[in-house]
Design a binder for this molecule. Sequence first.
Ligand SMILES: Nc1ncnc2c1ncn2[C@@H]1O[C@H](COP(=O)(O)OP(=O)(O)OP(=O)(O)O)[C@@H](O)[C@H]1O
Length: 287
Amino acid sequence: MTILLDGLRVLSHAATLVDGVDLELTPGTSTALVGASGAGKSLTCAALAGLLPPNLQVSGSLTVTDGQDDGAAPAGPNLLPIPAAQRPRGARIALVPQDPTPALHPLIPVGRQIEMACAADQGSRKGGDAEPLLARVGLEGLGDRVPARLSGGQRQRACLALALAGSPALLIADEPTTALDVIARAEILDLLASLTRAESAPALLLITHDLPAAATCQSMAVMAGGRIIEQGPTERLLTRPAHPATAAMRRAAADETLSSALAAVGAHQAACGACQSHHAEQPGAAA
Ligand SMILES: Nc1ncnc2c1ncn2[C@@H]1O[C@H](COP(=O)(O)OP(=O)(O)OP(=O)(O)O)[C@@H](O)[C@H]1O
């Protein structure tokens, strides 16, 4: 199976917001979509997921080709003009939002919400079984809790389970770790990586500003000004970026780490200096 986005353009009146984006995604692989604020990442993903606001015009094609990757299988219909809810089963593209709270019903236990999503996917009135999905995202035994009784990381896991209930060909995670502490962040990145290794795994597209998070993906696409300026294996882009904007992002990420470490060392030395002179002034302090 291959998910092929070809020549995506998104326009708002005369303004071109996304300008000729091509992506090829295969189930079981992970791709990070990175770029500065306003580069066009969210609009690209909204177009992929069939969730663009109605004030925007879209052109290009998005096809999900089923079967073997030998080019023999016919491509499906162009999904770009088809809204998310009307896309055919097996060609669905799920978007996990940055903030899980508004995406979950506040009064319904998350297990029930997942059952309803499974039932909707199967077109049945009976609830589906939430347990396998709860287990897949590490929420075993927590299905009877309403979202307010879950941590931020657990709510993000519940959103992932809801997205997986539709058996998507592609799972898009939009900055899924922004609101999380470092431990929950690492756990969600680990979970996303494990989802792509599972049997009948979807393709994963991770939108992020966070280059260390992008490094957990096999490949990376860098956006600027509505275009993809560079894409390829993550290891190559992070070690030998070809485009100056990718190199600048890499330097900024490295400087950020270095400057915060230096600031922390400086603060520590200042505190130690103050502490030592305080002790030296005390009667009986060792010289
Ligand atoms: N509904 C809309 N109508 C008109 N312009 C829009 C709309 N949504 C986004 N834009 C514009 O399109 C451009 C790309 O926006 P987009 O949200 O895709 O950027 P982004 O790369 O996801 O940024 P960020 O990382 O800050 O979320 C921006 O200039 C933005 O102002």
